[in-house]
Design a protein around this ligand. Sequence first.
Ligand code: 6PG
Length: 250
Amino acid sequence: MLQKSQIFIKDNAAQLAREAANIFSAIAGESVTQRGHFSVAISGGSTPRDTHRMLAKEPHRSRVPWDKTHIFWVDERCVPADHPASNYGAAKEDFLDHVPIPGENIRPVRGNVPPEDGATKYQQELIDFFQQEDGEFPVFDLILLGIGMDGHTASLFPGQKALEEKTKLIMAVKGGDPDISRLTMTFPLINRARQILFLVSGKRKAAVVKAILDGGKALLPARYVQPLDGKLMWLLDRDSASELPKDTTS
Ligand code: 6PG
């Protein structure tokens, strides 16, 4: 697994956030140059929030082609947008309200409808946007992921049948912290992305980072992230990388 992933280790969480914002805006620019738009799916949780706040500030605010950027969510808690657990609500507060992105380019998951309906609707929204061939999966330019201490990513938690899903793009699940209904992208969709970037910070994540990257047999959900044709990058800080071999960088 190590040889397939590019691993970058920054000194601390602030430098990790800065590098993540640099990567985001660089991929945004490349995507628009090559394909005329930038499609990105962002995760929730606390780790990406500093990166999101940096995107609302210079130089990234001017660097990202917001008019051609389309923001989707990797997962969402089934709560109203103004609920403190809403990933969309956090992103709106952290950057979406502060950058010149057209409203129609922001594509939140409907968290306040029955989960199965929300999954069906979001799956159709992806299909309508990407217009991929029948049986093909949408290809995001960038997917940002986090990881839980139990090895979950997105809202794909250990032991769930959603881990083995092969055809759906979006599933309704329950779990996590808070332990509530959620909608999540599936691995077949995630693994089609051109670039996948894990953002992992803090000592409490060191053990799970080692368990996933050390090539061992621990079947943790984040191990299922293996892009078919795309690039997988891990952006860590010294704390979250502290249990990896000392020479681990690429
Ligand atoms: C969510 C996230 C989830 C998150 C991890 C890490 O909606 O909860 O998508 O997968 O990335 O739980 O969360 P922290 O960054 O808060 O540690």
